[in-house]
Design a protein around this ligand. Structure first.
Ligand SMILES: Nc1nc2c(ncn2[C@@H]2O[C@H](COP(=O)(O)OP(=O)(O)O)[C@@H](O)[C@H]2O)c(=O)[nH]1
Ligand SMILES: [Mg+2]
Length: 309
């Protein structure tokens, strides 16, 4: 069983040496890859000196880095972790256990149980809870920490998930894509520290928060179209009913509709509502068919590889 530790890095010279050393100690049999995302500091040199294999990704952004890590590194199990020394290398056994036992395809180290005083910045816990609540409601899942950067994947899970995120919306995408494909995600608890003095987080609360919400919105629209357009349809129908109350009452009492504009508005809203429901149904069946095709392709792919072996 080969294990690869993947560390996406942007300007982490202060901590990367220790992270590589800690993981070499915790997982002596693993290969450690540091992905240098156009660092202008000494991250790459320090990582190489500490014994990591350094690869470069020139497109700037964590999403690009994660996609390229899965494409360019081959292993049975992948461990992904930040280069900022906030995650505990010794917890890697706990993280890998459900994967080795065959209980999970992806494991996530949840940071919300054991963390230092200023591990999290304002709004980050709130944003995390909000996004988790939406996803758990949509997929009937039980995710508590969606933005954790400390994760493990089986080779199959990594192969099944196409990553289109460019930046810090990658964790949201990884989770949603996995849930959509029926992969099993298990959370384990691990301590979360704070960045040492002089080391700065690359996450920008405002713009990255908007990016995550946008990603969530776009993914719900494409992956749960019946919920999305069905919800929209219900909202339009309720508005149509409200607009139609007066014309309807007039018709019942006078056998004639005086408030024509309201009647026209109500009729238009009902048409839009039906249109939205139709769109949801069509997209939903296209999605189901696509999922079947994907499964068939995967099966074929697996058979070909077995023949090769
Ligand atoms: N911002 C940013 N981070 C990157 C990039 N490429 C890799 N990273 C790494 O992604 C990891 C997570 O970023 P970090 O700033 O720690 O985010 P936080 O853990 O949410 O504070 C770190 O190891 C970064 O070095 C990039 O292009 N931009
Ligand atoms: Mg970090």
């Amino acid at each position: 069983m080969t294990i690869a530790v993947l560390i996406p890095c942007y300007q982490e010279e202060r901590t990367i040496g220790k992270v590589v050393k800690d993981f070499r100690q915790a997982l002596p049999e693993a290969k450690i890859y540091v992905f240098d995302n156009n660092c202008t500091d000494k991250t790459a040199q320090i990582a190489a000196a500490a014994g990591a294999i350094v690869r470069r990704e020139k497109r700037q952004g964590k999403g690009y880095v994660v996609a390229s890590m899965f494409e360019r590194v081959d292993a049975d199990v992948y461990v992904m972790v930040d280069g900022d020394d906030t995650y505990d290398a010794k917890s890697v056994d706990v993280l890998l256990e459900p994967i080795f036992r065959g209980d999970a395809d992806i494991t996530v180290a949840s940071r919300l149980h054991q963390f230092a005083d200023n591990s999290f910045r304002n709004f980050h816990i709130l944003g995390n809870k909000l996004v988790c609540a939406i996803i758990n409601w949509m997929f009937k899942s039980d995710i508590n920490d969606i933005f954790s950067g400390y994760r493990a994947f089986t080779r199959e899970a990594a192969r099944l998930i196409p990553i289109t995120a460019r930046g810090f919306d990658v964790e949201t995408e990884l989770t949603l894509q996995a849930l959509y494909r029926g992969l099993v995600i298990k959370e384990v608890e691990a301590p979360y520290g704070k960045r040492p003095e002089g080391s700065v987080s690359k996450l920008k609360t405002g713009s990255d928060g908007v990016l995550v919400l946008l990603k969530l919105f776009l993914m719900i629209r494409s992956y749960k179209p019946l919920t999305f357009f069905g919800g929209l349809s219900i909202a339009l129908m309720v508005m149509g009913l409200l607009a139609g109350l007066r014309p309807l009452a007039e018709f019942v009492t006078d056998r004639y509709v005086h408030s024509v504009p309201s009647a026209v508005l109500a009729a238009s809203l009902f048409i839009l509502s039906a249109f939205s429901l139709g769109l949801g149904l069509v997209l939903n069946s296209i999605n189901l068919r696509l999922l079947e095709v994907e499964k068939l392709v995967c099966k074929q792919d697996q058979r070909m590889r077995e023949v090769d072996l």
